[in-house]
Design a protein around this ligand. Structure first.
Ligand code: AMP
Length: 506
């Protein structure tokens, strides 16, 4: 006999307690109440049943961001079907791999994408394909017409897979991280209480929904509390500036904040109603934190997490938020800091963060080898290099893969970036290692200048850096670019920089 640990039941409590309230509002879509959302999820779950999708089947969704896409996700949860969100930017070759890897029984995409993918659907014998366009119309919506609002939530175990999230991965094929109903339940409840969600919160939801940030972190807490979401199809600075006075919470990536700072309209009066600005998915620069606090009257709360684990650490809601740190580990997260061999390091040393807890994923989909490699005993190896202060605050110093070994010395890029970013002439920098005939790897820096037409002198900068850093850490070359390449979550794509400049010295 299965227990019913379906995560949808937790969300349903929030949804049902708020039936008469608005769930979706904002300029991009027609308003939707919580009652209507629940009905839509029931109808969509009934559609999955009609299409003969059993518990454990996979639905691949490469959809535009619309309220119906949210209903599709929730319907999969309630039907015990595994939801697999896909980045809208994936190419046909990448999709070929995802389809082969997951063997979906249903694929949902935009009408334009369907035309491009017809060949793939035939190749993989995908029998059910439904369309969802940017306005929320298409065959998915049409198929719901005669379906009832009654649906019994499918019983599942805590450990049953709810969602597979493909992680970006800088090398090799993407891996599908299997998140269970229990994982989602644990992390969303932790964040709900940690960030003090209130019934009358109004969330600006401007993140994509193919990533944990938009799909889990922002959405789950809002649904648990029955909050209204100003649900935007994409981030737009002007639109956010208009909506801030009506909102109380914003979940964002650092780029949201740097873009808001560029708008002269950003001022404390605009943010009077706001109680919480959250940032994550990529490091928030200390100067962004400081500038934003001066311009808005609010300190951004930075948190840290990853697809495989959900959120792991957060700055506090009520106590001091320290820029450059990601705060304290979440209550249920057990962690240790280890060297490359997996030995636990003494407190305060820089090492790889390993974590365990009810938020940590089950493993990689159909990839037991990779799963085995990435766990040490029952700890998951995050690959992030951290430093823990005496009071338990965690700072991310870099990623294991970012580590540069030059002439036998370890160089942590973050350390050099912090020094470089302190110069007025430099807006931001990315430090990477590239092959070098003598040192094995050489440190180089790619920078964005505050005055691109000015008289930046590379050698002078190198000399100044030598004043602050051991010379093995100082970049051998500083390259100027108009901007750093970033993915949709705002993360600097260092792999692209490594590729571009990989042959500088060889
Ligand atoms: P993803 O699985 O795409 O969410 O990427 C997770 C990775 O993003 C983590 O392993 C970190 O390297 C990075 N990350 C997430 N949040 C932060 C943060 N606040 N500061 C620095 N890096 C972060």
């Amino acid at each position: 006999m299965r227990t019913n640990a379906n995560f949808f039941l937790s969300l349903q409590q929030g949804i049902q307690a708020s039936h008469s309230k608005l769930c979706i509002s904002g300029p991009d879509f027609p308003e939707l109440t919580y009652l209507e959302l629940e009905q839509l999820t029931a109808q969509t779950a009934n559609l999955l049943k009609k299409l003969d999708l059993k518990a454990g089947a996979r639905v691949l969704a490469q959809t535009p961001k619309t309220p119906l896409a949210i209903a599709l996700y929730l319907a999969c949860l309630r039907a015990g079907v595994i939801y697999v969100p896909l980045n809208n930017g994936y190419t046909i070759d990448e999709l070929d791999y995802f389809i082969e890897d997951t063997e979906p029984e249903l694929f949902v995409c935009s009408p334009a994408q369907r035309e491009k993918l017809e060949g793939l659907f035939n190749k993989h014998n995908i029998s059910s394909v439904l369309e969802l366009d940017e306005a929320g119309h298409g065959s998915l919506l049409d198929s719901l017409k005669d379906l009832t609002h009654e649906h019994e939530v499918e019983p599942v175990d805590t450990d049953d897979v709810a969602v597979i999230i493909y992680t970006s991965g800088t090398t090799g094929k993407p891996k599908g991280a299997m998140l269970s109903h229990g994982n989602l339940d644990n992390n969303s409840r932790s964040l709900y209480s940690l960030w003090g969600w209130q019934k009358d919160d109004v969330l600006i939801h401007a993140l994509p929904i193919f990533h944990i940030h938009g799909l889990f972190v922002a959405l789950h807490a809002a649904l648990l509390g029955g909050s209204c979401m100003l649900f935007l199809s994409r981030f737009d600075t002007k639109q956010l500036i208009t909506l801030l006075p009506q909102a109380t919470v914003l979940m964002g990536v650092p780029t949201f904040y740097t873009r808001l700072l560029k708008d002269d309209a950003l001022a404390p009066a605009l943010c009077n109603n706001m109680r919480l600005f959250v940032s994550g998915s990529a490091p928030l620069l200390e100067e962004t934190f400081k500038e934003f606090s001066e311009r808005s009257g609010h300190q951004i709360l930075e948190r840290y997490g990853m697809s495989e684990t959900g959120i792991l650490a957060s700055n506090p809601l009520n106590n001091e938020r320290i820029p450059g740190t990601v705060g304290f580990a979440l209550p249920d997260v057990t962690y240790r800091v280890c060297d490359d061999e997996g030995n636990v390091l003494s407190h305060g040393s820089i090492g790889t963060l390993q974590v365990k807890g009810p938020n940590v994923f089950k493993g990689y989909w159909r990839n037991p080898e990779k799963t085995k490699q990435e766990f040490k005993q029952d700890y998951f190896i995050t690959g992030d290099l951290v430093n823990e202060a005496d009071d338990g605050r965690i700072s991310i110093v870099g990623r294991n893969k970012d580590l540069i070994i030059s002439g036998g010395f370890n160089v942590y890029p973050k350390e050099i970036e912090l020094v470089m970013d302190d110069f007025e002439t430099i807006v931001e920098s990315a430090v990477v290692g590239v092959s070098h005939p003598d040192f094995g790897e050489a440190v180089i820096a790619i920078v964005v200048l505050s005055d691109p037409g000015g008289d930046f002198n590379e050698q002078k900068m190198i000399n100044m850096l030598k004043d602050q850093l051991a010379s093995y850490k100082v970049p051998k070359k500083i390259i100027i670019q108009n901007e750093l390449p970033r993915n949709t979550m705002g993360k600097v794509q260092k792999n692209l920089l490594r590729e571009e400049y990989g042959k500088l010295f060889i």
